[in-house]
Design a protein around this ligand. Structure first.
Ligand code: OFO
Length: 170
């Protein structure tokens, strides 16, 4: 029998990952409207990653014969004062996700659910990478500040990376 506390925590995590999908999709749309296509693709790629995270947990709940419960999503923020503000929001979001994942690991250990503990280790590692990637971009933006040609070059760099990582359909 799947532990109810773990099931609830995992369902909440599915919601958090879907909320991240929605948040990054809104950021992608914002960059698209600014004409920053590289940033838009970068965000779109990250939005899709969040969907895969949500589905990974979704399938895990089913594999334990648990019940998947989908909660409502909040409307994401859709307006920012600068590209830096968007990426700062993304970093705060990732930090919240990391804290939430750590809580699930703690709960799994407290409940003696070692299968969930083991499953969640993938997310623990993934969050290290997620925070690093977002923080790297934030650092680059802090070098650029308001220097428009720098933003243009960074946008081109992100567009080139997006082509390498995945053929994003437009
Ligand atoms: Fe799912 O890692 Fe970002 O939020």
């Amino acid at each position: 029998m799947f532990n109810k506390n773990i099931e609830t925590a995992l369902n909440q995590q599915v919601n958090m990952e879907l909320q991240a999908y929605y948040t990054y999709l809104a950021a992608s749309a914002h960059f698209e409207e600014l004409g920053l296509k590289g940033f838009a693709q970068w965000m779109h790629h990250h939005a899709e990653e969040e969907m895969t995270h949500a589905m990974k947990i979704y399938h895990f709940i089913h594999s334990r014969r648990g019940h998947v419960e989908l909660f409502a999503l909040n409307a994401p923020r859709q307006d920012w004062s600068s590209p830096q503000a968007v990426i700062e929001d993304a970093l705060h979001h990732e930090q919240k996700v990391t804290a939430s994942i750590d809580e699930i690991v703690k709960l799994a250990r407290a409940e003696g659910d070692y299968a969930t503990d083991s499953f969640m280790q993938w997310f623990v590692d993934e969050q290290v990478e997620e925070e690093e990637v977002v923080d790297d971009l934030l650092q680059k933006l802090s070098f650029i500040e308001d220097f428009k040609p720098g933003l243009y070059l960074l946008d081109r760099e992100l567009a080139a990376e997006a082509v390498e990582v995945t053929p994003v359909e437009q």
